[in-house]
Write a protein that binds this ligand. Structure first.
Ligand SMILES: [Zn+2]
Length: 340
């Protein structure tokens, strides 16, 4: 198989999509190729870098933490406002997870949740306030240390094939913005199915390459985030892959309060993106970071732009061309296909 072949369906009949570099976090100047597979409907990085190379593209601070130390009063106020906004925006995700948890209970199972890619533990922490205690997995030691120390969560460094709960079967797995970072999504979804009880459920979210944002911004679209996103899905491609991995899709959500408007703003103004600024503030360009007042001003502008972009994002979603896809799927009782 050549390096241009589709990593999902192995066809060689793929098309060039774009040349790009890490324009968001600037971890490298290396140029990458994105290709589009017309057969299965994905956009992927070709070739997919080695695991060792990929590690260099995840800088310290890649995950967001509300407890990062504020340098002075202004910076503390800014952090507080950012934290309030993030909690508010996360409610959408929480409502969706609570719906899946209710479905698990209705089938007579105890809600036993694992957040795959738990980052600093914010989602698990918020869920714990709503009566759901879950465990978390992440590949970042820094993120897991934060989740454990600050929120006293039961989290571990690892992935679905290497973790302390190998023999355990969960009834609910959440996996937000992880699948696009995985070099072998089919194997990853099968590992998720294997980690579930019979008829257990998953909640999954990825960027949507059929979105208007993707078509308008191309390789500059926030949702493609090269070189960290390796395989990017359309909703049709994702649903087909889920079915192949042994899942029945139950519910689909086309609008994400946290992600869709942010996709518009961060694609159009990547230098205002809060994560990119947090990661790049320790760069050689500006070793002391940006002044607190400038940081607050940029956050304010970003927030105003978010408000302005929200109705646009709602329209995208209503037209079925929203920036993200959120799904609930149930482990099927049917056998999986013999792929891989
Ligand atoms: Zn393909």
């Amino acid at each position: 198989m050549s390096e241009n072949a589709c990593p999902l369906c192995s066809t060689e009949e793929t098309e060039f999509f774009a040349r790009c570099t890490d324009h968001l976090l600037k971890t490298t100047d290396k140029m990458f190729s994105l290709r589009e597979c017309r057969a299965c409907g994905i956009i992927y990085l070709a070739p997919i870098p080695s695991a060792e190379e990929l590690r260099a593209y995840y800088p310290s601070g890649y995950w967001w933490s509300e407890s990062s130390r504020a340098r002075n009063f202004l910076s503390a106020v800014g952090k507080r406002l950012e934290s309030l906004y993030r909690r508010m925006a996360l409610r959408d995700h929480i409502r969706f997870v609570l719906g899946a948890a209710r479905h698990v209970s209705e089938e007579g199972e105890t809600v036993d949740l694992l957040d795959v890619g738990c980052s600093g533990g914010t989602l698990l922490h918020e869920l714990s306030h709503r009566g759901i205690s879950g465990r978390g997995l992440d590949f970042s030691e820094e993120a897991v240390a934060h989740a454990t120390r600050v929120y006293q969560l039961d989290c571990s460094v690892g992935d679905l094939t290497q973790n302390p709960w190998q023999q355990h079967r969960f009834s609910l797995l959440t996996c937000f913005h992880v699948l696009e970072h995985v070099p072998e999504p089919r194997a990853f979804l099968k590992a998720m199915a294997a980690a579930l009880v019979e008829r257990g459920r998953i909640v999954l979210q990825v960027p949507n390459i059929r979105s208007w944002q993707c078509r308008l911004f191309g390789s500059q679209w926030y949702g493609l985030d090269p070189p960290r996103h390796l395989v990017n899905f359309s909703d049709r491609a994702l649903i087909r892959l889920l079915q192949e991995a042994g899942f029945d899709v139950i519910r689909k959500k086309r609008f994400s309060l946290r992600d869709d408007a942010a996709g518009w703003v961060s694609s159009a103004f990547p230098r205002l993106d809060p994560l990119a600024r947090a990661v790049r503030k320790t760069s050689k360009e500006r070793p002391a970071g940006e002044p607190a007042a400038l940081g607050i001003f940029k956050n304010f502008v970003y927030f105003v732009l978010l408000l302005a972009a929200t109705p646009v994002a709602l329209c995208d979603s209503l037209a079925g061309r929203g920036a993200t896809i959120m799904l609930e799927a149930r482990r099927s009782s049917k056998p999986t296909t013999p792929h891989n």
